[in-house]
Design a protein around this ligand. Structure first.
Ligand code: BDR
Ligand code: CA
Length: 303
């Protein structure tokens, strides 16, 4: 099993990623930490707790950063709704978040693990940047960071920037320069692996989890006739099925200013970094395999 921690801002696609991570036996999800992103951190924390409660899981949830390191916070409620996870009535009796901050919880869980942890951020990387600044020793017990965010091609917030990196470009820069290997799961693949209308229509027939996911996914403001991008779910798919995704190793820089603020610049020609690499960038994906896996994954869940 792959030991992971998710740092997340649910968020519709985050909710689907958490669903897979909680329920797949090949993944051992140790901790969920939350960050401001799609909606405020109070809401993303509540949403993470709703999912933990829905699956009767005992995975701890710790609340993290309320805002990016430097840039003012801007949410994405226009895509994810006011609550961040609209459309389904979750139980009201929610468990409590941990009594410690995301940074403390990340530090404690990473240091306590007998095997190296894979970090899976699906929001902006503020908590991880703070963690690395405060406790650099955790890096030795991190296998790698499989991060949704960034794009070699165009952005989805500005022409250059993807939302998670745009939200906190300074944090992204710290993480990309941290020395910890990164798998960049960006728009280059997430905009290819759309959940098709046919897959979406199947979900409610599968089980209660399928109904829950269907009911929230149909509220995703980022949809098209060919399907809905399940950005964050691609991280979990990559962990379980790397053979369905093509990666290229390179150095990735993050722009923190100007019209390209939040852009992830992949040095595809090795022009600036002498052949050094800090990231494996996902550049292609088998979209049919992704859809098949998504449906199969949900149908295997007992609820
Ligand atoms: C990312 O932005 C968020 O809105 C999604 O949850 C995903 O993490 C895609 O750009
Ligand atoms: Ca997200």
């Amino acid at each position: 099993t792959i030991k992971i921690i998710m740092d997340t801002d649910p968020g519709i696609d985050d909710a689907a990623a958490i669903t897979m991570a909680i329920n797949d036996d090949n993944i051992d999800l140790k901790l969920i930490t939350t960050v401001a992103g799609n909606v405020t951190v109070d809401k993303t924390t509540k949403n993470a707790l709703k999912l933990v409660r829905f699956f009767n899981s005992d995975i701890p949830v710790a609340a993290g950063a309320k805002q990016p390191l430097i840039k003012p916070f801007e949410d994405a409620a226009r895509i994810h709704g006011e609550s961040g996870m609209p459309g389904y009535d979750f139980p009201e009796d929610l468990p409590k978040p941990m009594n410690k901050s995301a940074v403390e919880a990340l530090h404690d869980a990473i240091m306590a693990s007998d095997e190296k942890i894979t970090l899976v951020p699906t929001g902006s990387y503020t908590n991880i940047a703070l963690l690395f600044s405060e406790y650099p020793e955790v890096k030795d017990n991190i296998e790698r960071i499989v991060a949704m965010g960034g794009s070699l091609g165009k952005g989805n917030m500005t022409s250059a920037a993807e939302f998670n990196v745009f939200t906190d470009p300074h944090a992204a820069r710290i993480v990309y320069n941290s020395g910890v290997p990164i798998v960049m799961v960006g728009l280059d693949i997430t905009m290819k692996a759309l959940l098709t209308p046919a897959s979406l229509a199947k979900l409610p027939e599968l089980n209660e989890t399928g109904r829950m996911l269907h009911d929230i996914i149909i509220h995703d403001g980022d949809n098209s006739d060919s399907g809905i991008a399940m950005h964050d779910v691609n991280t979990i798919f990559y962990l379980l099925h790397p053979e369905a995704i093509t990666t290229e190793d390179m150095w990735v820089d993050v722009q923190t200013e100007g019209p390209a603020m939040g852009e992830t610049v992949g040095d595809i020609r090795g022009a600036y970094h002498d052949g050094k690499i800090n990231a494996s960038v996902c550049v292609d994906i088998d979209a049919a395999a992704f859809n098949k896996w998504f449906i199969n994954e949900v149908s295997n869940i007992s609820k």
